[in-house]
Design a protein around this ligand. Structure first.
Ligand SMILES: Cc1ncc(C[n+]2csc(CCOP(=O)(O)OP(=O)(O)O)c2C)c(N)n1
Ligand code: SF4
Length: 286
């Protein structure tokens, strides 16, 4: 069913670029790929202009892998480093204006539900801490408290990376940045806490240290959002440029960070847990 959606008409396939044919015939449309398959199939995102070794680009690659139905997914983002990679992937991407990502996602999700009532359509907001937590805060909060049925993924590099190193609400207290030379005065915003207050059915905090866990987390967040309402994944995706992390040490930094203050955390409501148990059991049986 899902593969048919992207199958070109008979006779047309041979005229399409080889990249597109590969995506339809050997990509993740209509079939689930695993972390161990990486490198062996046509991926949704393959090229991007992000910095060498950027942990955010690795994380985005894993999010693409985790989408349960990429052929039925829309990603909403905004200005920032992440969209440089996301917008080049083979998933429809809507570039929201600053501040309105979660309002745009709300409209898209509600529209898709009306237009395709028989088909699961997933909407995912994915952007940086400046775009989402600072500038997009109001829209984010309202979508959470209204329990809109989509997932928000925060690419938390704790800085405005794309514009050269300003502090964000997610920067740690005291942190000196290129464009915050006196050090940040206030605490990092507690977005996990706010997600709990909003009573989201699925909330997770994660680093890219364990690729399979990232994939599973993204899947869980999207499945729960489809069924019950807003879900939130907060991912530490370091900015090696603004935090001066040598490229070979980027993963070590993620491991250290996980140990020190960014440990994996998953908060699942009872109804979401029961639902996930059911679909994960079914998958294992298969
Ligand atoms: C309306 C508007 N204001 C400001 C900018 C400039 N701008 C582009 S990216 C960015 C910061 C992005 O920071 P963040 O969301 O944390 O993403 P990162 O680049 O760190 O991944 C800003 C302020 C813009 N593009 N549009
Ligand atoms: S500036 Fe930072 S977050 Fe942006 S691409 Fe480079 S390393 Fe990644």
């Amino acid at each position: 069913m899902s593969l048919d959606t992207v199958k070109p008409s008979p006779g047309f396939l041979e005229h399409l670029p080889i990249e597109y044919r590969d995506l339809v015939e050997h990509g993740p449309y209509g079939q689930q790929k695993k972390v161990t398959d990486l490198g062996k199939f046509k991926e949704l995102g393959e090229e991007h202009p992000m910095c060498a070794g950027c942990a955010m680009s690795l994380f985005i690659r894993l999010v693409f892998l985790g989408l349960p139905k990429p052929e039925h997914t829309v990603i909403v983002g905004t200005a920032g480093c992440g969209r440089l990679a996301i917008s080049q992937g083979n998933v429809p991407f809507v570039y929201g204006n600053y501040g309105d990502t979660n309002a745009v996602a709300t409209g898209i999700k509600r529209g898709l539900e009306l237009r395709f009532p028989e088909q699961d359509k997933d909407v995912v907001v994915m952007c940086g801490d400046g775009g989402l937590v600072d500038i997009g805060f109001q829209g984010l909060m309202h979508s959470w408290f209204r329990h809109e049925k989509f997932t928000t993924i925060l690419l938390d590099n704790e800085v405005y990376g794309n514009t050269g190193g300003q502090e964000s609400g997610m920067t740690q207290k005291g942190q000196i940045m290129k464009m915050s030379p006196r050090g940040k005065k206030d605490d990092k915003m507690d977005m996990m806490g706010l997600a709990k207050v909003a009573k989201l059915d699925y909330v997770a905090r994660i680093t890219p240290t364990n690729p399979s866990r990232v994939v599973r987390t993204v899947k869980r967040a999207i499945h729960v959002a489809r069924e019950f309402g807003s879900t939130y994944v907060q991912a530490y995706t370091s900015c090696n440029i603004e935090y001066s992390i040598p490229t070979p040490d980027v993963m070590q930094d993620a491991f250290d960070m996980e140990k020190e203050r960014y440990g994996f955390e998953e908060i699942i409501s009872d109804r979401a847990k029961a639902y996930l148990d059911e679909i994960e059991k079914k998958k294992k049986k298969k």
